[in-house]
Design a binder for this molecule. Sequence first.
Ligand code: C2E
Ligand code: CA
Ligand code: CA
Length: 728
Amino acid sequence: MVKRCDREQEWRSERERIIGLGERSFRKTYYPQMKQSSERLERFRTLLDHTSDFVMLITLPDAMISDVNEATSKLFNITCKHLIGRPFHSLGLANSAHILEQLTQQSQSFLEDNNDDFQHDTTISEYLRDDVEMWLELSFRVARLDGRFYGVMVGRDVTERIHNEQILNSLIYEQKALLDNALVGLIWIKDRRIVSCSRRFEDMFGYAQGAAIGLSTQVLYLDQETYEGFGATAYEALAEVGKFCGSVQMQKSNGEPIWCELTGNMINPKQPDEGSIWIFSDISEHILTQEKAVFLSLHDSLTLLPNHRLIADRLQQAIAVAGVKKHQVAIINIDLDRFKTINDLLGYSASNQLLIDVAERLKQSISEEGTLSRQGGDEFLALIPELLDADHAGAILTTILEDFNQPFYVDGKEINLTCSLGVAMYPDDGQDFETLLSRSDIAMYQAKHSGRNTYRFFSDDMNTAASEHITIAFGLRKALELNQFQLYYQPQIDITTRKLIGAEALIRWIHPEHGMIPPNKFIPIAEETGLIIPIGEWVLVEACNEVAKWRDAGMESPVVAVNLSALQFARGDVEKSVVMALEQSGIEPGMLELELTESIMIRDPENVLATVQRLKSLGCRLSIDDFGTGYSSLAYLKRFAVDKLKIDQTFVKDLTTNQDDAVIVRTIIQMARNLGLKTIAEGIETPEVLDLLQLYHSDEAQGYFIARPMPASDFFQFMLKSFKSDCA
Ligand code: C2E
Ligand code: CA
Ligand code: CA
């Protein structure tokens, strides 16, 4: 603004220049006091010049700057002198056009309806000073001085404020983006109504933007009861500790259920009216995984049938009900017949498919009445509750067997399956799951032994047999360690000379409590459990060592025959055992005869054949035991290069009375001679049978008539006696 003038005259003319607009009207409207004293006017000017606000007077409608204060000059970096007289728009304010338009309109409206109620407008205008962005807040209005219109503009630099606002806005925006993109949904609730919520919350519950605002939170709950119950617990906790955390199943806007974990916090614990902020996490997947885990822990993963645990639980329940109603409950043990063979044939995935189909069919057979479960492998267990008697269960068993008459189809292959069923009944056969299960298992094995594809109810006899079975199975493990086995020797003679030529080694188990247990009782169990392999090795070593003793005692080398089990070929290393026994004892391989059964040949014949041929090439003798009862393939006999056929005792026993047996025995002997093989007949109990066999040209003989199996020491005496009589 113009410099302060000292002298009155100068001031007057200067004032004339400044206020050239017409002093009177200016004074009248803006500075009425000025009329009274120029000092006051000067003070006022000084005040204007010292204010940090910009003040500017613009003539209207031509929009020329007619006056400015010092602050304005500084702002535009132009002296006051040079600013005055310049067009307003030349200042480069971003919205100067808008300001002028407003001012012009206001002056115009006065001219039209004489309304001098001028509006005060404010705008924020952007201004670039030396390429630096500035923000100005400009207030402007129209003033009328002596009939002329002026625009009076007062402004201030609000750059810092705008910057701060911008920073704040971007912060708010970032926060909102952060909240909206968070994995959790956020809502602000007041009086159980949604005041505001994050975008994520809306997405989670399927609401359009803003659609959830104002709604009662009741819409989020599946039903009124949960809304009230959960709400009561949550708000009680909020009131007490200002916090709550819990999970509840809720619903989306379309009714779809959603599992949520909710964490609530009071905004201001001292002011409950301000409401609470809630974090919502969608835990549906987590719950689903949990539910799945629970399901899988109680079901079989292949067939999805209940598993052992679940059916045990169901049985407990069924027993509780049956106890009250005086009903019976059946536990049916279902085992597929020869499934292992089918499994080998079909392969893993097709077998699995077959098991799924079997499960489906079994489920239909037992219908809704019962529960079917898979125990693993090809074993299923059915539980039939509320039965009046065992006959009632019998009907279901028949249905299961009959339903299996229809073939199964897997990969386009027709598969005929049968199953064996064993049943135990509550309360007669047991009061708890474990007992009933093991008894149904015993009954099932009985059904298998009775030729399969049938059912058996548990009986006490079965129990005795089964418990004996278990006792033997357990005892066998210890028997070897405790040296409870013993070999007996049964003499074999040359049928023509009647001279002793050897002995068959037969195992005995001398049990400390049960006395002597015959091999027929424990050998099958040893085969089942695989224990026959170490037992078989022991027999070989023991028999060979015994022969070594006889040889050392100067006996005329009798041959010892040892029985080999099929499992020793399938799983054990029989060749190694034989070599070891021969080496340890140092006997000639020709002193050892190995008795094989025809069943050895059925499994993996090529492998067995190779082993047998190697055993033969060691120099051992080979004979086929129980000949005539098995599969008797002449081709194998030839290729096995065996030395001897041992005619089974069932044909020998009644030889003198049974014509059929006589024919069979004669045929076997004839055939063996033709093949260049020797024959031995076992089970000879009478002299007549011995004589007849001699007549038929059997080479050797063994049987009670000659001598019963006996301990090694007895056999030694037997040998001594027979050699003495030979010498005599
Ligand atoms: P096996 O190999 O057929 O043995 C002959 C069985 O018939 C023996 O029964 C023998 O005592 C019996 N026996 C012999 N002569 C007569 C007779 O005139 N009349 C009657 N009724 N029986 C007679 P044992 O010793 O009870 O053996 C039974 C079966 O046990 C054997 O039948 C054999 O299969 C098996 N076994 C015995 N010892 C062993 C062994 O060390 N290893 C293997 N793997 N099996 C063995
Ligand atoms: Ca034998
Ligand atoms: Ca035999």
